[in-house]
Ligand binder design. Structure first.
Ligand SMILES: [Zn+2]
Ligand SMILES: [Zn+2]
Length: 258
């Protein structure tokens, strides 16, 4: 409903460069030219985390990742145009742009994709109230429509964390340590399915371990140091996950601390 209203009220112009969008693009917020300017992340990269190969020695980005976290890939480098798109998704109150971002992510091909569940990185309750939506969940749903895969919100934030943007890599690690836990689920209902409990319900019921055996694909907007994704993978591993991979729209341009 809100999306329909937005479409009526907003002029059909590209959110990034303000050129008018052709009618057929009315459902999109970013024009072709701006989308083609997004710079895809390409190899050579670390086969596991997708970061450009280090000059010496083994990759430090993914060295401490939990064993089940086998792969992370990002669609585009987070430079000017892509950064503006993420900004619109997170702070511009324009969740519809998730469709444009998901179109770029959809070209990625994590292992086991055909049978995977998509797991969005959850927001803390305070930030969720403030923003009104979880941008990762919007991305995951838009991606799920393209991949024909279900979105399962397996994770919750166990506490609100500080915004990562201004933190050093070490501080980021400490900031997200223990930040996630798996969502509690009802035991099987009459139809043999499961359904979600409220996220704040900490009862003893857990999703059966077998539910975590399918490939799980974490979905987030941006990969910076990977510490948030690794911590989320750790929580899934504790719950019995077999393999976890991750896809993000943006990849922060290699910071000089690595
Ligand atoms: Zn444009
Ligand atoms: Zn790596």
């Amino acid at each position: 409903m809100r999306e329909a209203v937005e479409q009526l009220l907003l002029p059909a112009e590209c959110l990034l460069c303000r050129t008018l969008l052709p009618f057929r693009d009315a459902a999109r917020l970013v024009c072709d030219v701006c989308r083609y300017r997004w710079r895809p992340v390409r190899p050579p990269w670390c086969p596991r985390c997708g970061q450009p190969e280090p000059l010496f020695g083994r990759c430090r980005v993914c060295a401490d990742w939990p064993a089940t976290f086998i792969l992370a890939r990002s669609a585009v480098w987070l430079d000017a145009g892509a950064r503006a798109a993420v900004h619109a998704l997170k702070y511009g109150g324009l969740p519809r742009i998730a469709h444009d971002l998901a179109a770029a992510i959809a070209a990625l091909d994590p292992p086991g994709r055909a049978g995977a569940w998509l797991v969005p990185i959850p927001l803390g309750p305070r930030r969720l109230r403030h923003r009104g939506y979880n941008q990762s969940e919007r991305l995951a749903r838009a991606l799920g429509r393209r991949w024909h895969r279900p979105v399962v919100e397996l994770l919750v934030r166990s506490r609100d964390t500080a915004a990562q943007t201004t933190l050093t890599p070490e501080a980021r690690l400490a900031n997200v340590a223990g930040a996630f836990e798996t969502r509690n689920f009802e035991t099987r209902n009459a139809e043999g399915g499961t359904r979600n409990r409220r996220p704040d319900d900490r009862s003893a019921f857990r999703l059966p371990t077998s539910a975590f055996q399918r490939p799980l694909v974490l979905v987030d907007d941006v990969f910076t140091t990977g510490s948030t994704l690794a911590e989320a993978a750790r929580a899934l591993e504790r719950a019995g996950a077999g393999t976890v991979s991750a896809v993000t729209f943006g990849r922060a341009v290699v910071p000089d601390f690595i």
